[in-house]
Design a protein around this ligand. Structure first.
Ligand code: PLP
Length: 443
């Protein structure tokens, strides 16, 4: 085996069927990253690329963190794998304690997965099992939201609200309904932070409860800020109102924090940032700084306690993955949380948010910019689509930015930005100057 820095991308790229990628388009003109350090990637053709997306919203502490590399390497040599079905090893217990410390109050338990998608499906299953365990087995309906992204498992695409992710896959979970999404450009274009209150949006949940009856509804799942569908903000008071309605009707509230978790908004989790207490939080990505796949569901004490009581000493939840609490992933998680603690990264977005906000809103007035949304270290820049070619304009901006030295993310005609939380002002300036030039050069 060659040393990693000597492995070159082969000429023929066909064997790797790439995810969420136009394979033929990509393979005709590939963009290959070969290494990364700090807030930069380095491309195979030797260019330095500013990472405006923390990889895929995951490398919150920046790239190439020595502490994580050392922890992973030491762990593989010490204990490469150990089962967690009716067996244990120290690391996932230790990591669960550290996660509970940074979680909002009342979150006392952690169920491990390997990804955000698995975290979502796990949380949905816990919700169904918990309702049944407390004698409410008719509560099987799950409620998601239009334009929600909850990964790619059958549970996640069912509660998710992205037509393209659903239409190819036949019958999804039965008994799912959706709240309306919260994007209202006509009223809120260029709002800084959260848009003004709009009580009718959350009250749509009351309508669904009226339609289906609370006795049939297990849980509501939402992203506090929807990331993947273009950085969609909750109006002020919206999440609190969802909480009130769920509590009133015995419905569990799940926050999908796969993107908003681990400091993205300026608090460890969005639940703390918005002062709303869900019953479960799904997370992944920033949990290991993206270095090793791992996800988790953080669970309120009362849910775990009820499940334990119902289990009567037998297996309480018939669910889990071979790699739940994998020692190497847990080692990466522990090293990551230690970096977050030492460098105070879980609240750094709060300090940088003002500068970030000014920088992104300076793009107002650039060609084709129709809306700008921001919170913490997240921003969405929505462009007018080209007539008859939705998504093409943003894709072109994405390719030009990459050529000029910045990695951005696009979804439809929306540019989504979420840099590593270690980003400095000079990098923010570089990113937005480059973006401004690129937008202005558009036809
Ligand atoms: N949930 C949310 C909110 C996400 O943003 C994502 C991924 O971006 C997922 C779930 C799925 O995570 P994964 O790709 O790790 O399965």
């Amino acid at each position: 085996m060659k040393p990693v820095n000597e492995i070159q991308t082969p000429q023929d790229l066909s064997a790797f069927w790439m995810p969420f990628t136009a394979n033929q388009q990509f393979k005709a003109a590939p963009r290959i990253l070969s290494s990364a350090k700090g807030v930069h990637y380095y491309s195979e053709d030797g260019r330095k690329i500013l990472d405006g997306t923390a990889g895929l919203w995951c490398c919150n502490a920046g790239h190439g963190r020595r502490e994580i590399a050392e922890a992973v390497s030491a762990q593989i040599g010490h204990l490469d794998f150990a089962p967690t079905f009716q067996m244990g090893h120290p690391l996932p217990f230790e990591l669960a304690d550290r996660l509970v410390e940074i979680a909002p109050p009342g979150f006392k338990h952690v169920f491990y997965t390997n990804s955000g998608s698995e975290s979502v499906d796990t949380a949905l299953k816990i919700a169904l099992a918990w309702q049944r365990a407390r004698g409410e087995g008719t509560r099987t309906r799950l409620i998601g939201r239009e334009r929600g992204y909850h990964g790619v498992g059958f549970g996640g695409i069912s509660v998710g609200g992205i037509p393209g992710n659903r239409k190819w896959f036949g019958s999804l979970l039965p008994g799912v309904d959706h709240l309306p999404h919260t994007l209202d450009i006509a009223r809120n274009a260029f709002t800084r932070g959260l848009p003004n209150e709009c009580p009718v949006l959350a009250d749509e949940l009351e309508k669904l409860v009226f339609l289906h009856d609370a006795s049939n509804i297990a849980a509501v799942i939402v992203e506090p800020i929807a990331g993947s569908t273009g950085v969609i903000m909750p109006p002020k008071g919206y999440l609190k109102r969802l909480r009130e309605i769920c509590t009133k009707h015995g419905i569990l509230l799940i926050f999908d924090e796969v993107i908003t978790g681990f400091g993205r908004l300026g608090s460890p989790f969005a639940a703390q940032e918005f002062d709303v207490q869900p019953d479960m939080i799904t997370c992944a990505k920033g949990l290991t700084n993206g270095a090793i796949p791992m996800g988790a569901v953080l669970v309120q004490g009362h849910i775990y306690d009820d499940m334990m009581a119902a289990g009567k000493g037998a297996i309480e939840l018939f669910h889990g993955y071979t790699y739940s609490g994998h020692p190497v992933a847990a080692a990466a998680g522990l090293a990551t949380l230690e970096i977050y603690r030492q460098e105070q990264l879980l609240t750094r977005a709060r300090d940088m948010a003002g500068y970030w906000e000014e920088a992104v809103h300076a793009l107002r007035g650039c060609k084709h910019v129709k809306d700008i949304r921001n919170y913490g270290l997240v921003a969405g820049i929505e462009l007018e689509p080209m007539v008859g070619a939705p998504g093409k304009r943003a894709y072109e901006v994405f390719v030009r930015c990459f050529e000029k030295g910045a990695l951005i993310r696009v979804t439809g005609d929306i540019i989504a930005l979420s840099p590593p939380l270690i980003i400095e002002r000079e990098h923010i300036d570089q990113l937005f100057n480059l973006l401004q030039d690129t937008l202005q050069a558009q036809a």
